[in-house]
Design a protein around this ligand. Structure first.
Ligand SMILES: C/C(=C\COP(=O)(O)O)CCC[C@H](C)CCC[C@H](C)CCCC(C)C
Ligand SMILES: Nc1ccn([C@@H]2O[C@H](COP(=O)(O)OP(=O)(O)O)[C@@H](O)[C@H]2O)c(=O)n1
Length: 295
């Protein structure tokens, strides 16, 4: 398996950086080899034959896929149990699954190897959940726990709207952007952290409605902006700390604020009957993030 380290990405982006107004810092020149050539000085990792490394990457990615897939089932099962025991209400359960599923999934991406095929192993998780939603959405099989945890009214066909769009967005972000681009990370943060928290806070405290949308409230939209912004910055810092991103924070932070504002305005519009929030919010976030970060 060809290995693409974070360094190779930052080299690629630095070339892109020269031609765009992105907030990604230029990185080391690609002319200097990332590692020294003499065997004696080579890091231990490079002294291991490539076939062994490739095997360990494969083992790591298979293990990571199994672990994250188990986590996805475990998360839904946990909130189903909490709902059945009436520890939390179904609406809150659904929203917490909405907030946590995508965020924990993106946080799990560094568990996968640095091979260029790693994203396809990670992709298996949302793909399996997509299949699960379709099977149960068309009532080809029954999973009461799933239906109770992620639907408003307990109807199987509800799985084919919000939840399915949500998982399709995770598939797109994994496939197109993965962990070497801030665009997918920010889009998931806005869909999960922003939109999810808008519902939780707005439903509970949203007495002052928006003048142009009586279904949404000021505090819900402020929560969407605040939580979406804070969670996006937190996720970008997480990926920067792990070496996947090199950001110029003095311009990235205002850029993320603008993306969060754009997504918040989109979410506040009375268009839920036309297009689901789980499409409009991540889509507008992707466009705004791509225009801001250029990658
Ligand atoms: C409740 C959900 C969407 C509904 O949105 P809305 O209509 O209320 O706006 C989220 C559905 C989540 C899905 C069933 C499971 C997705 C799992 C994810 C792909 C992987 C998570 C792994 C991690 C380790 C928990
Ligand atoms: N900006 C917002 C968003 C949601 N909310 C509240 O959260 C409820 C559900 O919001 P929503 O229709 O966006 O729910 P989902 O489509 O995200 O599941 C709304 O009916 C409002 O009570 C709010 O007050 N302000």
């Amino acid at each position: 398996m060809a290995s693409s380290s974070p360094l190779s990405f930052s080299v690629a982006i630095s070339r892109f950086h020269n031609h765009s107004t992105s907030f990604l810092l230029p990185s080391k020149s690609s002319s200097s080899p990332p590692y020294v050539s003499s065997p004696a000085k080579r890091p231990l990792l490079l002294r291991i034959p490539c076939r062994v490394l490739a095997g360990s990457d494969l083992l790591r990615d298979v293990g990571a896929t199994a672990g994250v897939l188990a986590g996805a089932y475990g998360l839904v099962l946990t909130f189903d149990t909490l709902t059945r025991r009436q520890i939390i209400q179904q609406n809150l359960s659904r929203k917490l699954v909405h907030v946590l599923s995508g965020l924990v999934f993106v946080i799990s991406w560094p568990i996968f190897s640095t091979s260029s095929e790693a994203r396809y192993f990670a992709l298996f998780v949302p793909l399996m959940n997509c299949l699960r939603l379709v099977i149960h959405g068309f009532s080809l099989a029954t999973d009461e726990g799933l239906i109770k945890s992620v639907t408003r009214e307990g109807k199987p066909e509800e799985l084919l709207r919000g939840p399915l769009f949500y998982v399709l967005v995770l598939i797109a972000c994994t496939l197109v952007f993965w962990r070497e681009s801030p665009v997918g990370i920010i889009s998931v943060a806005m869909m999960c952290g922003g939109d999810g928290m808008a519902d939780i806070i707005g439903r509970r405290f949203g007495s002052m409605k928006l003048p142009y949308n009586q279904e949404k409230s000021w505090i819900g939209s402020v929560s969407m902006f605040t939580c979406g912004f804070v969670i996006s910055i937190g996720m970008l810092q997480y990926y920067s700390a792990l070496g996947y991103l090199q950001l110029d924070w003095s311009s990235a932070v205002p850029g993320v604020a603008l993306i969060a504002l754009t997504a918040t305005v989109m979410e506040s519009l009375p268009i839920t009957n036309v297009v689901d929030d789980n499409i409009s919010v991540p889509l507008v976030s992707m466009i705004a993030a791509y225009l801001s970060f250029g990658q």
